[in-house]
Structure formats: C-alpha cells, structure tokens
Design a protein. Structure first.
Length: 346
C-alpha cells in the first residue's frame, strides 16, 4: 500500500503543489493540448468503415464456420470503437462537450455500451486512481486487488481470489458481457443523464445484433459466434486497461499526495512503439493520459519524454515497461494478494 507522509512545512507543500502547474505550462507551450481534427476524422472514418465492412462480409459468408474469423475481426473493431468513445468522453476530439458527446453516444451505441455510465465510472477512476475506497476499477466482485479485499471474500468468490492469477485471463472472457449488463442496469435504473437516448441505442444494438446473427446463422453457429466475438472483445478490452494500474501502489484514505504524484505513482506506461499505440489506443501512455486527460491521443507520444524527464528531475518514480512484462506485474500482484487465502487453506 502506498501512503505518503505529510509535507514538512507550508513552503514544501506550496512547492509540491506548483510542480504540476509548471509541467502544465510546458505542455501547453508545446501545443500538445491542441485538437487534432484531421487525425480523428481519419481514425473515425477508418474504424466505422471497418465495422461496416465486417458486417458486409458477415452477410456475404452466410451460415458458415468461417464466420468465426469475422467474430475475431469484430472483437478488434469493437475495441477500437470503444477507444474512440473513451477519447470522446475525455473531450479529446472537440473543445465543446456537445460534439464529443455526439461521437461518444454514436460509438457506444455501435458496441452496445452506455456512454453515460462509462464516462461517469471512468471519471471517478481518474479522480481517485488505485484508491482502495473510491476507485470503481478496484470494485470487481470476481477479483481482489488488496489483501483487505481478498479477506472480505466469501464462498465461491473467495476460491476465485485464491487462484485469481491463473483465472485472470479466462475471467476476461466474461468482461464483454459484464460491460453490456452493467450498461443495461445503469440505463434502466435511470443512473445516466440521457436515459431515453441511451435506452433507444441499447435496444437498437441488442435487437439488431441478435437479429443479424440468428437470421444469417444456424442456432449453434450463432451461439458460438456470439461467444467468440463477445469473449475476445472482453479479453482485448481487459488487456488494454489492466496494465495501466494493476500491480501499482494503492492509496488509502488520508494520503497526502498532490495531484501530480497521485497520478504518476499509481500509473504504469507500456513501451512498444507505434504498433502498441494503435493496439492499446494510446492507453499505453497512461501516466500522461492521467495527468492530461483531454490531450488528444497522438500527442501523448510527444508528451511522454517531457513528463518522464520532469518526474526524474524531481525524484518521482516513473514506471514503464514492455507489454509482456506489464502483464507479468499484474499477474504477480494478483497472486501475491491471494497468498494469505491460500496459506489459510492449508
């Protein structure tokens, strides 16, 4: 657990508080917060084009087991559409909320998610990353990210927590369905601002998706198609978000970290070049993204060395590693958290 000690004095506190302001000025002077309309235009057209093409191929192939390849491709396209919705939720695409929301609702509708639910949940995460009590991303019933969470598990969930490092990737197969179900619950309970619009989008998505699959495919092929598509989408989504914070220090109530240190010390970057940028939708620059959530995705790469050098000059740990090693850290952390439960069972 990470817990920062209180500042030595008022002067020290003011100095720490000014660090982010200094970094922010540098970022703005470099023009890294300017909107990238051309980039997002090409990206949106390309991603939606891939979505349409996938369903055209689906109709052309008909009732065939080759449709499993279409399911795999759609899992990739769904994740890329979700990345654009994520960027819209952070106002990375347009300056004003209306334009971003239009893009966000449209892309969330294509994949069957509630845009309002996702934005609310994700904003709470950004405000309190890796906080034991306030980060909704640590509130996963099937997993334990701290020893306190593990000890509180009971029954079947306790057994899962004991072996969660081995079960992590199989459990991600259910993440797509969990995202759909969480969206439906939030909308039907009235937990989102644009409830009528979101309800219409979810009904249209679920109805259109199931109608297309079961009208074109035989029942068995249709069920397998849905399992492959939704399962791999869940794995891809989970593998895109998990390396960012899991296995990093967690914060407890009363910590004294300022904004800069809270965001940097709880986040991890993933190295790998431009192919990783595309694969992870820019989430591999998690530190920069948490410090400047509205920064357009293509600017994160240019901001990364600035933030890294700024942190090193001030003795702030800046965590980054390769993509395979990042998953290793996640699994080791999950295994360590479950260790007391395994020891108690002997």
């Amino acid at each position: 657990m990470m817990s920062a000690s209180a500042p030595a004095g008022v002067t020290a506190a003011r100095q720490r508080g000014s660090d982010f302001a200094e970094l922010s000025r540098t970022i703005k002077q470099r023009g890294l917060l300017r909107r990238r309309y051309g980039y997002y235009t090409i990206r949106i057209i390309g991603t939606i084009g891939a979505f349409v093409a996938a369903w055209v191929v689906f109709g052309y192939l008909g009732d065939s087991w080759w449709q499993m390849l279409t399911a795999v491709f759609l899992a990739v396209v769904y994740t890329q559409l979700s990345f654009i919705g994520h960027d819209a939720g952070h106002k990375q695409i347009f300056h004003r909320r209306r334009g971003n929301d239009a893009v966000g609702f449209a892309h969330a509708g294509l994949v069957g998610l509630s845009y309002g639910w996702w934005v609310g949940k994700h904003n709470r995460h950004h405000a309190n990353p890796n906080h034991e009590d306030d980060d909704p991303d640590l509130e996963v019933p099937a997993l334990a990210f701290t020893t306190d969470q593990a000890s509180a598990k009971g029954g079947f969930l306790r057994w899962i927590a004991k072996h969660q490092a081995f079960l992590f990737f199989p459990l991600l197969l259910l993440e797509g369905l969990n995202l759909h179900w969480s969206s439906i619950k939030a909308v039907w309970r009235g937990e989102v601002r644009s409830r009528g619009l979101e309800k219409a989008l979810l009904i249209a998505h679920v109805g259109g998706y199931l109608a297309a699959v079961f009208l074109v495919l035989s029942p068995l092929t249709a069920i397998v198609f849905i399992l492959v598509h939704q399962g791999l989408w869940g794995v891809y989504m989970g593998c895109s978000f998990a390396p960012n914070h899991k296995g990093m220090p967690t914060l407890a109530e009363g910590h004294s970290l300022d904004f800069l240190r809270k965001q940097v010390l709880t986040s991890r970057n993933v190295r790998g070049g431009r192919w990783v940028d595309i694969l992870l939708g820019g989430l591999n620059y998690q530190i920069e993204h948490h410090l400047f959530p509205s920064m357009p995705m293509p600017s994160l790469r240019r901001a990364q060395p600035i933030v890294r050098d700024f942190c090193r000059a001030r003795g702030i740990d800046y965590s980054q590693c390769g993509i395979v090693r990042s998953y290793g850290y996640v699994l080791r952390h999950l295994h360590a958290v479950g260790a007391p439960l395994r020891a108690g069972a002997r």
